[in-house]
Write a protein that binds this ligand. Structure first.
Ligand code: NCD
Length: 358
């Protein structure tokens, strides 16, 4: 069976098929009322969620299926000290597909090692969030008719924003895209994303701290919130939290057909006066998320006999320890550390992708 842990688990053709399937579902929702009759989605939300959790619930119910699991770990045996592995084994036993969100990076990977059904990563720490990326790609496709040749601005917390990391990976497949990475110096895109994704696919990008200077050339502006819960020092968050606020006035210098996106929740980074602008697409993005997840659930359930993409585990090193405090392998006991060797001979944790010095 297959899992969706990061967006590279899907081929470019499969992403296109999912986009087309989503369009069909939106046009003919009644055709799909029983598409997953009797199927159960297990939700394991170790972190708060409004859109992701509800859109998955809405998706499985719109397909005729049901839901088990928890949206707050305080209502589960997690509070009694149950480990992640046992919780996943249990909920997956009652489910046909599970969706997991967790503050530690790599938790969905651990889940995929023990789950008896497909696993969807609904956000792991500051790492990945591939089902949001499918929603984002669908929204861009719908509004812009494709991806090639677009200039896309990503603005805000590019260091901890998992939707940003997954979206960069998703966009890296398309030709002639230019990324404008707009962030404070402290919150730039992590090095591993630049080296392993952007450089490898020859993506064009520039980094800037100025939203005002970047805005006129953009076709898409993807705003994000500063990820307060990922900061170890609250004072740094306080200093950076209002770095970018998009308002009606700043939009005046944007192209007439630029679109504004945001995975939401917004805190302060888009003022309410932008909502009425026809370029604001973030609530369309919310709506699209339900249909994209319907297409995704159907795909994973119909691909049950398709083997998961295999990594060559024989070359993994197990003698190192990940020093990323946000990695699941450094907090959850009974997880065997594993590192893959990169092209330039470095070692990266298979759970969180961080490099360790050897
Ligand atoms: C995002 C998330 O949880 O990563 N929201 C979402 O899933 N739509 C963005 C965020 O929390 O800032």
């Amino acid at each position: 069976m297959r899992h969706l842990l990061d967006i590279f688990d899907l081929t470019t053709d499969e992403i296109y098929e999912l986009i087309k399937k989503t369009e069909d579902i939106m046009n003919h929702p009644n055709y799909y009322l029983d598409a997953c009759h009797g199927k159960i989605l297990g939700k394991l939300f170790f972190e708060p969620s409004t859109r992701t959790c509800n859109s998955f619930e809405s998706a499985i119910q719109s397909l005729g299926g049901g839901v088990v699991g928890f949206s707050d770990p305080n209502n589960s045996s997690v509070v009694k000290g149950e480990c992640l592995i046992d919780t996943v084994r249990t909920v997956s036993s009652y489910s046909d597909v599970i969706v997991i969100r967790h503050p530690q990076e790599g938790a969905p990977k651990v889940a995929s090692q023990v789950s008896v059904c497909p696993v969807i990563n609904a956000g792991d720490g500051g790492h990945h969030h591939p089902s949001q990326t499918l929603t984002d790609l669908f929204t861009i496709y719908k509004e812009k008719g494709g991806f090639d040749g677009l200039t896309i601005g990503l603005c805000g917390d590019l260091k901890y924003g998992r939707t940003v990391h997954s979206l960069i990976s998703g966009l890296s497949r398309y030709k002639n895209i230019k990324l404008v990475l707009i962030s404070p110096n402290e919150l730039k895109v992590p090095e591993y994303e630049k080296k392993e994704v952007m450089d490898k696919s020859w993506m064009k990008y520039v980094e800037t701290t100025s939203l005002e200077e970047a805005i006129p050339e953009l076709d898409v502006l993807y705003m994000t919130r500063i990820q307060r819960e990922r900061f170890s020092d609250e004072k740094i968050y306080e200093r950076l939290k209002d770095s970018y606020i998009l308002n009606k006035e700043k939009l005046n210098s944007a192209k007439n057909d630029m679109i504004v996106m945001h995975p939401l929740p917004r805190v302060n980074e888009i003022s309410l006066d932008v909502d009425d602008d026809r370029r604001a697409k973030y609530f369309d993005q919310v709506r699209n998320g339900r249909y994209v997840r319907m297409a995704l659930i159907m795909k994973l359930l119909s691909d049950m006999d398709v083997p998961d993409k295999k990594q060559d585990e024989s070359s993994f090193r197990h003698d190192l320890k990940c020093n990323n405090p946000r990695c699941i392998s450094s907090t959850e006991k009974d997880i065997k550390s594993a590192f893959r060797i990169t092209d330039n001979g470095r070692c990266r944790c298979i759970y969180c992708d961080k490099e360790v010095a050897v």
